[in-house]
Design a protein around this ligand. Structure first.
Ligand code: UD2
Length: 328
């Protein structure tokens, strides 16, 4: 899947200094006028290339959103409180950012007649009834985060139906890659950190639970597709279709790093989803979405981060800034 060129557009990336958002900014810059709206709470200015317009503000703030969205052609909405457990502890707080602010943004997009690509989540499915899970499967979120993402995903569809706003919702499975860091960053970055430090790699539960790990560069290509597709008003699974158990992942990471860390088990995470895997045939059919980065090559490139180009990669220049991957 070659990424269609997006050029000479005015683009807003909310959460543009964060993990997925900052890679998207790299892919869009410098051929477009790129704006970033970010609070820099978890995002990092060092990820942003020169020439990008930065609005240091909150997506809940109508003034900041108005300023950021003025005159834009496309909005990629990645600003969110991404922690599922935080949403369980403080549902209203995460609802404000994940849902209410998203509605504000959709309203602003109507004013500007801008296309909007929103970040939904595999969390909308909860414990899937069957695997791989397709977009027509029952949605049954098990956390406030999942409820918020489901509502956003449905609002995106409804805004297309009711108001003719061009929207696309992506239900991300487990995204990983360079720049994923911090306490809510996900199992791959946690295991990598543990393996590098020679500390025990901590599997929660028996390790037989499985996930569909998709590399952020594949996620970026999907976003670029969404910017130009005619298939709007739809939600799409974004994953690889391949499931990996957490135990296999721990072993792969230990081998790739050459670490002698022991693999240990601790208590399972309360409410953990047992298996998660995407049926990506809809995204493949409508968007021409195909993943390029296998989990093995994605992990290898993370282990050699900063040095290597991704083995399967064929687009874009090598980015030189801090923590950058090599794709665009
Ligand atoms: C992912 C998303 C989340 C939401 C959810 C929907 C990430 C980082 N999070 O949560 O935002 O969309 O999917 O279902 O992508 N684990 C260990 N040891 C560790 C850390 C994790 O064994 O040190 C296990 C954990 O118990 C779980 C699996 O690894 O079974 C994946 O955990 P995660 O936090 O990376 O992601 P997940 O699937 O809970």
């Amino acid at each position: 899947m070659d990424s269609p060129a997006i050029r000479d557009r005015t683009v807003l990336v909310t959460g543009g200094a964060g993990f997925i958002g900052s890679h998207l900014v790299d892919a869009l810059h410098p051929h477009n006028e790129v704006r970033v709206l970010d609070t820099f709470t978890t995002g990092d200015r060092a990820y942003l290339p020169e020439g990008v317009t930065v609005i240091d503000g909150d997506v809940r703030d109508p003034i900041a959103v108005q300023e950021a969205a003025r005159g834009v052609d496309i909005i990629f909405h990645h600003a969110a409180l991404v922690s599922v457990s935080q949403s369980v502890d403080a549902p209203r707080q995460s609802n404000e950012t994940n849902l209410e602010a998203s509605l504000l943004l959709l309203e602003q997009a109507r004013q500007e007649d801008a296309r909007v690509v929103v970040a939904s989540s595999a969390a909308v499915y909860g414990h899937p009834d069957e695997l791989p899970v397709s977009e027509t499967a029952r949605t049954n979120p098990t956390s406030p985060y999942g409820v918020q993402k489901l509502a956003l995903d449905q609002y995106a569809r409804l805004y297309e139906e009711l108001y003719g706003l061009e929207t696309v919702a992506f239900r991300y499975f487990n995204v990983y890659g360079p720049r994923q860091q911090g306490p809510y960053s996900g199992v791959i970055s946690t295991f990598l950190e543990q393996a590098r430090a020679g500390e025990p790699i901590t599997i929660e539960g028996d390790g037989q639970q499985s996930r569909d790990f998709v590399h952020v560069s594949d996620v970026i290509r999907a976003n670029l597709r969404a910017a130009t597709t005619d298939a709007v008003g739809e939600a799409y699974n974004i994953g690889t279709g391949q499931r990996t158990t957490i135990e296999e992942l721990a072993e792969t990471i230990r081998d790739a790093t050459g670490s002698s860390s022991p693999i240990v088990h601790r208590e399972p995470r309360p409410g953990d989803i047992r298996h998660s895997g995407a049926d990506t045939s809809k995204a493949s059919r409508d968007l021409g979405f195909e993943t390029r980065i296998s989990l093995e090559s994605g992990i290898r490139s993370l282990v050699g981060e900063g040095a290597a180009t991704l083995p399967d990669e064929d687009t874009g220049p090598v980015q030189e800034r801090q923590g950058s991957g090599s794709f665009s």
